[in-house]
Ligand binder design. Structure first.
Ligand code: PEP
Ligand code: CO
Length: 461
């Protein structure tokens, strides 16, 4: 069905679009490489490497997102703000998967719909920055833009944009993918053994007790169904994970944009689900131009500063054919602004007649700096934005079909509040993020439980 190209109005490699068309547009948030020949050589090698995902998976995810758009699934997208090369370890990857698995189980159980699990991993190595350079004690150096580009240490060698990092990022992403796929296939994700998903450091959590009660009831249901079927049901031992990252460094994305046999058009095969960040969502900019032409499902982060006309233009450019599952809009307004801006945005998109999947990122509009300059987020604000978003969608007749979170399976104290009531004084205890503050396991699980409470009617609606 996908092998012959349908008649489309504008997108997907139609007209004059090519993977490098973005180079004729203003490209925000790109580093300066000081040796063009070295960059060209690294990109040539990247183009020759095998892809990280396949076109079948990409189109499969698009179908699942189309179902989420219809309210028949719920999207759970989560992971670190930024991956680092150093955190490409067995423990960090497995713990992150455990949290996502546990959250998805809570959501499936409570919402009575399947969950589409999408990680912010295997490529989330580039970060937008508010300034191109950083000055310390009179010394100015290029800003740290993520491990895909340069290093965080404040010295000239580390901060140089190094093309070799493109290949290193591809390799680390492939190792991450490989481990995630293996864990998802085998016993690790087995519903009959959810104890494999437990994180050792949370044994005494009050939420863990509630979670285990739910798991016990699921265990009973699984045994019942297998008894009824008279055999083990294979799908109970597998969990599917898709990957996503911000498509920020366009040379990296372009080098992994490929044609494949028996499919028309172009696919970004570095990830299933690239997204455009809030700072690079200009309709005339390079990032929108790039994403316009690929066949992957794409997402855009939208914030309170985006006007209605710009939003409508964005939706028309990225999904002119009203293709189900093609476009996800991730709103990230902040608890104080969501009531003012989300209703007008929902109305603006409704007026285009084009369908999208709506997803809420309650993290990025709620970042604040406390005391000695530490970046944090308050659980109460995250919760409030999410709950308001559900209400605003219900009032507008639209559907909130997913959440986008920054979280980790590590024992961190980066966001305040939540079940243990973390305060400002706790932040210094285990603050590990070099970029945005993440929910820890308990806070993430609590949020999943709150989503169920808030949107209990989703499946019935
Ligand atoms: C992010 O998701 O880490 C990010 C930078 O988000 P936004 O583009 O919404 O600010
Ligand atoms: Co972030």
């Amino acid at each position: 069905m996908n092998s012959s190209k349908p008649k489309l109005r504008a997108v997907h490699g139609a007209g004059d679009w090519l993977p490098d068309s973005w180079q004729r547009r203003p490209a925000a948030q790109q580093p300066t490489y000081d040796d063009p020949a070295e960059l060209a050589d690294a990109l040539a090698r990247l183009r020759g490497l095998p892809p990280l995902v396949t076109s079948w998976e990409v189109l499969g995810l698009k179908r699942l997102l189309a179902e989420a758009q219809e309210g028949r699934r719920f999207l759970l997208q989560g992971g670190d703000c930024a991956e680092s090369f150093a955190d490409c370890t067995s423990e960090v990857i497995a713990n992150r998967l455990k949290v996502l698995l546990q959250m998805s189980l809570v959501l499936i159980h409570g919402l009575r719909v399947p969950v589409v699990r999408v990680g912010r991993f295997a490529g989330q190595y580039a970060k937008p920055r508010s300034a191109d350079s950083e000055t310390r004690d009179g010394v100015s150096l290029p800003s740290y833009r993520g491990d895909l580009i340069n290093g965080p240490a404040f010295d000239a060698a580390a901060r140089r944009a190094d093309p070799q990092r493109l290949l290193e990022a591809h390799a680390r992403s492939a190792m991450t993918m490989n481990f995630v796929r293996a864990l998802g296939e085998g016993g690790f994700a087995d519903l009959r053994h959810p104890e494999y998903w437990d994180l050792t450091w949370v044994e005494h959590s009050p939420l863990a007790a509630e979670y285990r009660r739910m798991v016990a009831s699921i265990g009973g249901a699984v045994r019942f169904m297998e008894t009824l079927a008279g055999e083990a049901i294979a799908s109970f031992s597998r969990a599917e994970f898709f990957t996503s990252h911000e498509a920020l460094l366009l040379h990296y994305e372009e080098a992994q944009t490929r044609r494949v046999p028996r499919q028309w058009g172009w696919f970004n095969l570095s990830t299933h689900f690239p997204w455009i960040g809030m700072r690079t969502a200009g309709v005339d900019g390079a990032h929108v131009e790039y994403c316009r032409g690929i066949r992957n499902p794409v997402a855009v982060k939208i914030g309170p500063s985006m006007g209605d006309a710009q939003l409508q233009r964005l939706v028309e450019m990225l999904n002119p054919d009203n293709e189900p599952g093609r476009l996800t809009l991730i709103h990230r307004m902040g608890a104080r602004k969501v009531a003012e801006h989300l209703p007008r945005m929902l109305a603006a998109v409704q007026a285009t007649g084009l369908r999208v999947l709506w997803c809420c990122d309650p993290m990025h509009g709620n970042t604040e700096t406390v005391g000695n300059g530490v970046k944090t987020r308050r659980f109460a604000n995250i919760r409030s934005e999410l709950e308001l978003a559900f209400d605003i969608h219900a009032a507008a007749g639209t559907r909130l079909g997913g959440v986008h979170l920054e979280l980790t399976g590590e024992d961190v104290t980066e966001c305040m509040g939540g079940a243990r009531g973390l305060g400002e004084g706790d932040l210094s205890r285990a603050y590990k993020s070099s970029v945005d503050p993440r929910l820890n396991y308990e806070q993430a699980l609590e949020l999943a439980m709150l989503i169920v409470r808030k949107s209990g009617g989703i499946a019935a609606a």
